[in-house]
Design a protein around this ligand. Structure first.
Ligand code: 4NP
Length: 154
């Protein structure tokens, strides 16, 4: 196991971040990297729920296995994880607000590893938005691992 521990964060933890978690884990595995990946939300509205059906079907179309129970960010995440990656600026601001003084994780926009673009919330839109989220998660997973995991092969 490498020492990378990555937490992907969105609002509800049922659409974007569980997909990001599943895609990053898959991309890392295909690179021969054994990293720990989890996801959570800044809000608790959906705590305990499985991912949105549109996230599950989009992952299935791309042969990505996904299994997650939604949870909210907690203080200990800031010391348990090495990287906390926010889907958009609003969630990044929420993370900064609850970040404890002793935080050791790097907390940033996931898009900062590529193009500084947010992953737009697909919840109120159609299935196409979920395919866009998937493509972004794939590009961002590669960009992230290109920058942080080059010397962490197991
Ligand atoms: P997520 O999407 O943050 O990508 O999981 C959302 C899920 C639920 C809600 C908003 C966004 N909601 O308002 O309940």
């Amino acid at each position: 196991m490498s020492d990378l521990k990555v937490l992907i964060v969105c609002l509800g933890n049922i659409c974007r971040s569980p997909m990001g978690e599943a895609v990053l884990r898959d991309v890392a595995k295909k690179r021969g990297l054994d990293i720990f990946v989890d996801s959570c939300g800044t809000a608790a509205y959906h705590a305990g729920e499985e991912p949105d059906g549109r996230t599950i079907s989009t992952c299935a179309q791309h042969d990505i296995s996904i299994e997650h129970s939604a949870r909210q960010i907690q203080t200990s995440d800031f010391t348990q994880f090495t990287h906390i990656l926010a889907a958009d600026d609003s969630n990044l601001r929420n993370l900064e607000r609850v970040k404890p003084k002793n935080a050791t994780a790097e907390v940033c926009l996931w898009g900062s590893y590529l193009d500084n673009k947010p992953i737009a919330d697909p919840y109120y839109g159609g299935i196409n938005g979920f395919e866009r989220v998937y493509q972004q998660c794939l590009s961002l997973s590669n960009a992230f691992l290109d920058q942080v995991a080059n010397d962490k092969k197991t």
